[in-house]
Write a protein that binds this ligand. Structure first.
Ligand SMILES: [Zn+2]
Length: 412
């Protein structure tokens, strides 16, 4: 299994300068070839070879170094890694998994990678061009034991330097529990409550996180009153960056704890596939949604499930998980975002909105993998407004015992 450890670096003045040169040069190479690849495509659109690949750019890099000899000061493999990252960004773009790669900006997400010749000894990490090693703080006993370092990534955040050590551990993962209804749980991620589980447990966003969010808002307001380019404004930006970092760390810690608890406790975990981009388009709720960064949480949960041998079922994201009655399957089309309580006009169920959604998510997931006997048969339909798989027929359809074809007729 591949895992990572992050340590804080304490470079001396000379090393700081060289680190900055690495950041700058890797950014330069990335941006230079991003432009080259775009230009090539424009002029060769109709040619047999319409785009540059990784190897092309690697060969061009040799020429670029002759033009800009200062690039020789930089670890050659780190520059090549920049080309690799660019190539991946383009591949993701071509496969429609990401937007067109963007130019990297100074002082934002500064990083470079080192793929080889890395050694950890005591409290120092050694890699090419840093032959006397950079001092770090972290568990040196554990890190010195690492035999197989795949790669390290050096980053800069709020003026500090960090090193992520990506390495392999031979440890085998536990065998997966059988996929079943027993000990399964559906998870609804929300704004009001952080998560609601299908068994009625709700987990709130911790108060200390709300406190930092409040402070950030205040600092932002103050920043808007500071004069552009002034010393005070720069100070304020640094202060804000530190609060952001604090918030990020707190959240990561919180997500880590919640995902561990869920993965340990349940054998089958059902969660909605989150279309983050789709959610962002709804401006009204975009801020809170991006704030709780569900995406990161889901990644943690997936990783923890892997670690404890548990199952994760993902279901498609579609409206009805909150609109369906979890007891009778009736669909309430006029449910508003502001309705916190779900009341079913057909069977009379009155239930917390998020709990109703969590129960549906669980049921839909179990139906999807065929491990639940449901009185409601899945009906696959695609209509203009509602899309995806409808897990339930409407009550009248079920009662009449009609075929799937006529069920479709009634729904559309
Ligand atoms: Zn109902």
């Amino acid at each position: 299994m591949i895992t990572a450890a992050r340590v804080k670096l304490y470079p001396n003045e000379g090393q700081k300068i060289l680190l900055e040169k690495h950041f700058g040069s890797c950014r330069f190479v990335y941006n230079y070839f991003l432009k080259k690849r775009d230009e090539y495509y424009i002029t060769h659109r109709d040619a047999k070879k319409s785009s540059l690949n990784y190897l092309d750019t690697q060969n061009m890099l040799i020429e670029l170094k002759k033009e800009h000899p200062w690039l020789y000061e930089i670890n050659a493999q780190s520059l090549q890694m920049s080309l690799r990252f660019l190539d991946n960004a383009f591949k993701n773009f071509f496969h429609k998994n990401a937007e067109h790669p963007r130019f990297r900006k100074k002082e934002r997400n500064e990083f470079f990678a080192v793929p080889q010749h890395i050694k950890i000894q005591g409290n120092r990490i050694y890699f090419p061009k840093f032959s006397e090693g950079i001092y770090f703080k972290g568990s040196k006993e554990k890190l010195s034991e690492i035999k197989d370092i795949n790669e390290i990534r050096i980053t800069k955040d709020s003026g500090y330097y960090y090193c992520s050590i990506i390495y392999e551990i031979p440890e085998e993962l536990p065998e997966k529990k059988p996929l079943s209804e027993d000990n399964s749980v559906g998870i609804d991620l929300g704004i009001e409550k952080f998560t609601t589980l299908s068994n009625g447990i709700a987990i709130e966003n911790p108060r200390f996180i709300k406190k930092v969010e409040k402070r950030i808002k205040k600092l932002q307001k103050q920043l808007s009153r500071k004069q552009k380019g002034s010393k005070n404004r720069r100070k304020q930006i640094l202060r804000l960056q530190k609060e952001y970092k604090k918030l990020r760390d707190m959240r990561e810690d919180f997500y880590d704890k919640v995902s561990t608890a869920i993965a340990k406790r349940y054998d089958t975990i059902i969660i909605e596939d989150l279309n983050v981009k789709g959610m962002m388009q709804n401006h009204h709720i975009s801020k809170s949604l991006s704030d709780v960064s569900f995406y990161y949480f889901k990644q943690r949960l997936e990783w923890k499930a892997e670690k404890y041998g548990k199952n994760i079922i993902e279901i498609g994201r579609f409206d009805p998980s909150s609109k369906i009655c979890s007891r009778c399957g009736n669909i309430k089309h006029d449910l508003k975002l502001s309705d916190r309580i779900y009341h079913c006009n057909v069977c009379g169920l009155t239930i917390d909105r998020d709990l109703n959604a969590a129960k549906n998510i669980r049921k839909i997931g179990l139906i999807k993998v065929g491990s639940v006997r449901s009185e409601f048969t899945p009906v696959e339909i695609a209509t203009s407004g509602l899309y995806g798989i409808y897990p339930y027929r409407q009550r009248s359809v079920v009662e009449s015992g009609s075929s799937e074809a006529s069920a479709e007729e009634q729904l559309t």
